[in-house]
Design a protein around this ligand. Structure first.
Ligand code: SAH
Length: 327
């Protein structure tokens, strides 16, 4: 689709059912009915950045900060592997305590297990990304958040969008399966810029794209902003599926925060991945990027069983493979 076609669909809500079923059909034809589960470990909520939407921004002094050290991370990985996860996602704030050597060591230990490893630890240099890749990391998640240059600048003090683009192209060139994505419903975000976001995912040839609604956090400068709209986020996701048919698209947790059936609706509208949390309960509530995160009091086992039942209830199956993007 060209930009105008995407804008037209995003601005018109009379054909949403068609859009969602078209995305579902394209998902079925291109990546099949299997759902890939990725076990998410949120290993540090310490962050040096000031993203205005994020509850973990360094200026938020009300967060109880934590770090999970290597041995405990490996423990969680072991548990996740026992639960059948074939991909582990390590996510954190931008926490310089974990320097290249520490991350490399963690990667090497995780790669003793037969799992794919995704990192989601923010903006790094080419050499750092290369060191992680050489150590065995397979994938990297770094949402562009928005491709609107002015909006990006307003929301991310002290950094620039060019560096975020640079990171994504570095990751691609290093051979990572590269994931990106955007927030939907940020204050002052336009439909035009959402269309640009989708075109950017295609231009990058992203292997994964995660789309989530913005959710206002009370301890951030955007505390009084309106939450993003679940259905608009779903439309951006469905359009991403239609425009890049063979990629992996998660049904994001933020969607479930805004709609109690959000992940299942997303799985029926183009998504083929779910990222259940495998972080120990003692840390979960503290990784509050946005409020009302789901499953805060559920053990990893419970999350695994719960999502499996939901996925089966819509006639889909859980993959026992790593879920590499197949071109
Ligand atoms: N530091 C890492 C991980 C960020 S947390 C990085 O920079 O990539 C993962 C994602 O949470 C972010 O990319 C952002 O899109 C999302 N997020 C942050 N705050 C949010 C909010 N208030 N509402 C919805 N999603 C949010």
């Amino acid at each position: 689709m060209n930009k105008q076609e995407i804008i037209d669909i995003l601005s018109d809500n009379t054909n949403n059912d068609w859009l969602f079923s078209e995305a579902d059909k394209i998902r079925h034809e291109n990546v099949g009915d299997e759902v890939h589960l990725r076990g998410l470990i949120e290993f540090s909520n310490i962050c040096k950045r000031q993203c205005k939407y994020c509850g973990l921004r360094s200026a938020n002094k009300q967060v109880q900060r934590y770090r999970i050290f290597k041995d405990e991370i490996i423990n969680s990985v072991q548990k996740a592997v026992k639960l059948g996860y074939k991909t582990i996602v390590l996510q954190s704030g931008e926490d310089d305590f974990y320097d290249t050597d520490k991350i490399v060591e963690i990667i090497r230990e995780i790669k003793f297990f037969d799992v794919a490893l995704t990192l989601s630890i923010g903006e790094k240099t080419y050499d750092e990304y290369k060191a992680f890749k050489d150590a065995g990391a397979d994938r990297y998640l770094l949402r562009i958040e928005t491709t609107d240059k002015n909006l990006y600048k307003n929301l991310h003090p002290g950094v620039n969008i060019e560096n975020r683009f640079r990171c994504l192209y570095d990751l691609k060139s290093l051979g990572y399966e590269t994931g990106t994505g955007c927030l939907v419903g940020l204050p002052n975000q336009t439909i035009e810029s959402l269309a640009d976001d989708i075109l950017f995912f295609k231009e990058l040839d992203a292997d994964m794209v995660g789309i989530g609604p913005f959710i206002a956090h009370s301890q951030t400068p955007l505390k009084d902003a309106k939450n993003g709209d679940f259905w608009l986020a779903l439309k951006v996701m469905a359009l991403t599926r239609i425009n890049i048919p063979n990629i992996n698209i998660p049904a994001t947790t933020a969607m479930e925060t805004l709609n109690p059936n959000g992940r299942i609706i997303a799985l029926k509208s183009g998504a083929n991945v779910v990222m259940p949390n495998v972080t120990s309960i003692e840390y979960r509530a503290k990784y509050e990027i946005y409020p009302n995160k789901i499953c805060l009091n559920e053990q990893p086992e419970q999350c695994r069983n719960c999502i499996e039942a939901k996925i089966k209830s819509i006639g889909r199956t859980i993959s026992n493979k790593k879920g590499v993007r197949e071109k």
